[in-house]
Design a protein around this ligand. Structure first.
Ligand code: SAM
Ligand code: SF4
Length: 458
C-alpha cells in the first residue's frame, strides 16, 4: 500500500472517532498516568513559560456537562440530566479541581476563558453565578481578552443573562443549528425562531459585545429550502459572526448508532448547502479585530497555547510536556480526590510533536518562517526533518512558497487533501504503528471513498 493510502485511512479513522483536534491523535495515546505526573507536567510547562518569558496566551476551558435531550445529530458524548442536585455536585467538583490547580497556576494570567458544550444554560442563575465566582477565585482572569460562553436559546432567561453580564462575559455563541422546527423535532430538539431572537435581544440589552451563532449544514433529513431559509432568517438577526458546521456521521451520533447510512445523495445535498453559506466564511475572513474571532483557535494556531480544561471528557495540553484526556467520570473523581492512579489517556509531548502540531495547524493558511523562529528558536529552513518533508511536498507541487522563502502553505484548497497531506508530517513511528492496525482491521476501511466524503469536501 502506498503511503498516501495509509494517510487516507488515517484521515477517516481520526474523523470517525471524532478525535482530530490534538496531535498525536488520541488513537495513539497511552493509558494510565499518576496524578503526580500531571501536576509535574504542568509545573514544567509553567516554569518554562515564566523563564523564557514567552507569549503563550493560555486558555481555560470548562464545559457544563448536562443536556435536556439527546439530539439525534450530535457528535458529543452527552448526559441528559434534569436533577438540579446533580448540578450542585458538579459545581462542588469543579471547585475541588480548581483548588487543585490554583497554586500551580498562580503565575498565569489566562488569555481566554471558554465555557461551552452541552447546555450551560441548564444551570439556574444562582448556580451560574457560583460557577463564575469559582473560576475568578482560583484563577487569575484579570487580564483576560475573551470570556466566551456558549448558550442554548431555548433555556435563556433574563436573570441568567444578568448574571453573565455581571461576570464580564464579552462574547456569546448561541447554539441554533437550524431554524426549521420540523427538522429540529425529528432530531429530538425543541427550539423556535423566537427563542433565538429573544436570546440575542437579551444579550444586547445586557451589553454582551460579540454574538456568534452556530448552525449546521445537513442536520439529518433537513431540506435545502429550509437550510436557505435558516440562513436568510439568521441574517436578519445581525450577529457578529455565524459558524456553519457540516454534519459528520461520527460513531458517537445516534444517527450512526441507529444504523443509518449517510449516502452519496445526502453528501451531495450537504455540499449544496455548503456552497450556499461560503459567503459567511468570506465575510469572517475580512474581520481584523481579533476579539470578534474565535480567540482560542487563533491562539492555538499562533502560539500552540496550553489548555487547562476542567471536568472530564476533556483534553488538556501542557506545552512541550503532556496531553491528557480525562475520559471517564470515575477516573476524574479519583483524580480530584487524589487517589493514586487515574486511568486517563495521555501522551508525553516532545518539541518535535509541538512543531508538527504547529505545521499541521498552519499549513492551510501559511507558515511564516519568522513566527516559527520566535516560537521554537529554530529556522525552519535548516531543521532537517521538517524541511526534508516540506521539500518533498514542495517538489510534488502540494505546497507553495512565497516571498523569498518567508512563507509556505498548501496549494490546494480542499479539506480532504489538506487533511491527507498533513499526515505526511506525522512521526514515522506513528505511521508504522497505524499501518499494522490497518492490516489487522481491513474490514473497517471498506468503501473508504464514501467514508472520506462523509467528512471532507474536495
Ligand atoms: C460541542 S457541540 C455543542 C452543541 C450544543 N450543545 C447545542 O445544543 O447545539 C458544538 C458544535 O458542534 C456541531 N456539531 C454537533 N454535532 C455535529 C456533527 N455530528 N457533525 C458536525 N458538527 C456537529 C454543532 O454545530 C455545535 O454547534
Ligand atoms: S447538540 Fe447540544 S444539547 Fe443536543 S445532545 Fe449535543 S450537546 Fe446536548
Amino acid at each position: 500500500m502506498k503511503k498516501i493510502d495509509i494517510f487516507k485511512h488515517l484521515s477517516w479513522k481520526i474523523k470517525y472517532e471524532a478525535g482530530d483536534m490534538p496531535y498525536p491523535p488520541v488513537l495513539f495515546w497511552k493509558n494510565d498516568i499518576s496524578n503526580e505526573d500531571i501536576i509535574k507536567a504542568w509545573k514544567n510547562t509553567i516554569n518554562f513559560i515564566k523563564n523564557k518569558e514567552i507569549n503563550h496566551n493560555m486558555w481555560l476551558y470548562v464545559h457544563i456537562p448536562f443536556c435536556y435531550t439527546h439530539c439525534f445529530f450530535c457528535t458529543c458524548v452527552t448526559k441528559v440530566e434534569h436533577n438540579e442536585k446533580k448540578y450542585d455536585e458538579y459545581l462542588d467538583l469543579i471547585e475541588k479541581e480548581s483548588i487543585l490547580f490554583s497554586d500551580i497556576f498562580k503565575w498565569i494570567k489566562f488569555n481566554t476563558v471558554y465555557v461551552w458544550w452541552w447546555t450551560p444554560t441548564i444551570l439556574s442563575a444562582k448556580q451560574i453565578d457560583r460557577f463564575y465566582n469559582i473560576l475568578k477565585k482560583y484563577f487569575d482572569l484579570s487580564d483576560v481578552n475573551q470570556i466566551m460562553t456558549e448558550w442554548s436559546p431555548y433555556t435563556t432567561t433574563e436573570d441568567k443573562m444578568k448574571v453573565l453580564s455581571s461576570h464580564w462575559i464579552n462574547k456569546m455563541t448561541f447554539w441554533v443549528q437550524s431554524l426549521d422546527s420540523n427538522t429540529l423535532k425529528t432530531n429530538n430538539r425543541f427550539q423556535q425562531f423566537d427563542d433565538v431572537k429573544n436570546s440575542i435581544n437579551l444579550a444586547r440589552k445586557y451589553w454582551i459585545e460579540y454574538i456568534n451563532l452556530d448552525i449546521m449544514a445537513w442536520i439529518p433529513w433537513q431540506d435545502l429550502n429550509w437550510f436557505k431559509e435558516t440562513i436568510n432568517l439568521i441574517k436578519t438577526l445581525k450577529p457578529t459572526t455565524v459558524h456553519v458546521n457540516s454534519f459528520w456521521p461520527t460513531k458517537n451520533t445516534n444517527f450512526i448508532k441507529s444504523g443509518w447510512i449517510y449516502w452519496y445523495d445526502d453528501i451531495k445535498l450537504r455540499n449544496e448547502m455548503e456552497k450556499y453559506w461560503k459567503f459567511l466564511e468570506d465575510e469572517e475572513s475580512k474581520i481584523t479585530d481579533t476579539k470578534k474571532q474565535n480567540l482560542q483557535l487563533y491562539n492555538s494556531h499562533n502560539y500552540n497555547s496550553s489548555i487547562l480544561w476542567l471536568w472530564y471528557w476533556s483534553i488538556s495540553h501542557a506545552f512541550w510536556n503532556l496531553h491528557y484526556s480525562k475520559d471517564s467520570f470515575d477516573a476524574y473523581r479519583n483524580f480530584i480526590l487524589w487517589y493514586s492512579i487515574c486511568s486517563f489517556k495521555w501522551f508525553k509531548l516532545t518539541l518535535e510533536d509541538e512543531i508538527i502540531t504547529y505545521l499541521i495547524n498552519n499549513l492551510r493558511w501559511g507558515v511564516n518562517y519568522n513566527k516559527f523562529l520566535e516560537l521554537f528558536w529554530l529556522d525552519l529552513r535548516n531543521t532537517n526533518i521538517y524541511i526534508t518533508k516540506l521539500k518533498k511536498l514542495l517538489t510534488d507541487w502540494i505546497l507553495v512558497e512565497f516571498d523569498n522563502n518567508k512563507y509556505v502553505k498548501f496549494k490546494i484548497n480542499s479539506d480532504l487533501y489538506c487533511s491527507i497531506y498533513s499526515k505526511f508530517l506525522y512521526d514515522d513511528k506513528l505511521i508504522n504503528e497505524f499501518w499494522k492496525y490497518i492490516l489487522i482491521n481491513k474490514s473497517e476501511f471498506l468503501n473508504l471513498d464514501l467514508k472520506l466524503k462523509q467528512f471532507f469536501t474536495d
